[in-house]
Design a protein around this ligand. Structure first.
Ligand code: GRF
Length: 194
């Protein structure tokens, strides 16, 4: 059987989406393999999850480095791991335009809103304040413009009467864990077939 597409995941925090992506990849019928988990935060909790599964990790703090220098270090790790696709999962750094262009069509992100609504931060509070009936998450292709690339898949979550940004964030996170592995698998499979 041909090797599965090789994905790397960048994280900055708890890494629950990374864990969902990683665990899904360990099933026989998965459509990708996780070859690297990298972070700009040395003690990002998700790194331990990756190590526990025997996945290579890489850490490079952004502190004291220019965006270009930091991106270059992260990119060297991607290349070293023979990465085909970069999947951002709570990576709290904006990648330089040059980096994004070099990896055009090969970087995916998950954003906690129903794009094109609520790009940027505080998406849950903004959705509640607007009186929206639903919030959700979107998987999109990363382009130099923030949260603006093609939307590949979305999950919708009902906003309840008593909702707080915190309670909504929790339920959207569960929806993300279902959505992201499927969206990544569909994307890399479609590109492989074309
Ligand atoms: C997710 O809500 C995702 O939408 C956003 O960052 C969060 C990452 O959470 N981009 P986790 O680290 O995967 O738990």
């Amino acid at each position: 059987m041909a090797e599965k597409p090789r994905i790397a995941i960048f994280i900055s925090g708890s890494g629950t989406n990374m864990a969902a992506l990683l665990y899904a990849s360990l099933l026989d019928n998965s459509h990708y393999q996780v070859v690297l988990v990298a972070s700009n935060i040395p003690d990002a909790a998700g790194l331990e999850i990756a190590r526990a599964e025997g996945v290579e990790t890489f850490v490079h703090s952004h502190k004291g480095h220019s965006r270009e220098a930091h991106d270059a270090a992260m990119e060297a790790a991607l290349i070293g791991a023979e990465t085909e696709y970069l999947v951002l999962a709570g990576y709290m750094r904006i990648l330089s335009d040059e980096f994004v262009r070099r990896w055009e069509g090969r970087i995916l992100n998950i954003h906690p809103s129903l794009l094109p609504k609520y790009k940027g931060l505080d998406t849950f509070a903004r959705a509640i304040a607007a009186g929206d009936s639903h919030a959700g998450a979107s998987v999109h292709v990363v382009t130099p413009e923030l949260d603006a690339g093609e939307v590949l898949a979305q999950a919708r979550v009902t906003i309840r009467g008593s909702e707080t940004p915190g309670s909504l964030a929790e339920r959207v996170k569960y929806a993300e864990h279902q959505l992201y592995p499927r969206a990544v698998a569909d994307y890399v499979s479609a590109r492989k077939a074309s």
